[in-house]
Design a protein around this ligand. Structure first.
Ligand code: 8X3
Length: 259
């Protein structure tokens, strides 16, 4: 494997779930970390953990990726020690609700498109020029099974993740004559705050998503972090394009084996 030690990695949505677990793995592997999220108190706790447990250099940024101007200002605003971002993990985003297309909430629609699509595009726009100029870069876009399987009750979320996939494939064409790589990692059910956010705090509904799943349960955030690390640590010539990862008991958004 190609080591990532010493590289500067920026992870969005780092305050919990896949982002948090990925920041931890990258710190463990010796990356310098820029961790971004809306919840600054959570980021500070994460940074303290990464410094204590891994001796990592960490810079925290309170950021809502929906704020495109704030995203575009980021590269210039980073301290010199963190200015050479060569790994970007576009993890921020999520789902809101399970409405049918006849009932989609227009605020939820805007938030999902702003975060999952516009935020991800803006972060890519902000950091890829530096990667190309320095001759080293890898963008990891967190997609979903929802990007390839379009289920009822998920029309907007599925559309945003299909957009992430299309954007990633087009970016690869833009980047293929540079050393920079771009990868989608598309998980099935991962036990994070994802469902609690989707169901707006209804804990029973959120737990129901993962309840009784056979053969070890839903994926854990660290499973996805592990896949991200795999993609990041391939030799320079190897570009992993997509990683589709299900729990063993899942075969589609609706085919779940439960006790
Ligand atoms: C998370 C998986 O099936 O809820 O992206 O869309 S699903």
């Amino acid at each position: 494997p190609a080591p990532v030690a010493g590289r500067c990695a920026l992870v969005t949505g780092a305050s919990s779930g896949i982002g948090f677990a990925t920041a931890e793995r990258l710190a463990e592997l010796g990356c310098r970390l820029v961790v971004a999220a809306r919840r600054k108190d959570r980021l500070d706790a994460l940074a303290a953990k990464l410094r204590d447990e891994h001796g990592a250099s960490v810079h925290c940024i309170e950021l809502d990726v929906c704020d495109v101007d704030a995203v575009m200002a980021l590269p210039e605003a980073l301290p010199a020690d963190f200015a050479d971002v060569s790994i970007l993990v576009n993890n921020a985003g999520g789902a809101l609700g399970t409405a049918k297309c006849t009932e989609n909430d227009m605020n939820d629609m805007s938030t999902m498109i702003d975060a999952n699509v516009k935020g991800l595009i803006a972060c890519t726009r902000a950091f890829t020029p530096g990667m190309v100029a320095r001759g080293e870069g890898h963008v990891i876009n967190i997609s979903s099974i929802a990007g390839i399987e379009w289920y009822g009750g998920g029309s907007v979320y599925c559309a945003t993740k299909a957009a992430v996939n299309a954007f990633t494939y087009a970016c690869r064409k833009d980047l293929h004559d540079t050393p920079c790589k771009i990868t989608t990692v598309a998980p099935g059910f991962v036990n994070t705050e994802f469902s609690a956010v989707r169901f707006k705090g209804d804990a029973a509904k959120a737990e129901g998503v993962y309840k009784g799943m056979k053969y070890g349960g839903p994926l854990l955030a660290e499973d996805i972090a592990d896949n991200i690390v795999y993609a990041l640590t391939r030799p320079g010539r190897v570009q992993v394009c997509d990683m589709l990862v299900y729990p063993t008991s899942q075969a589609s958004a609706k085919d779940i084996a439960r006790e």
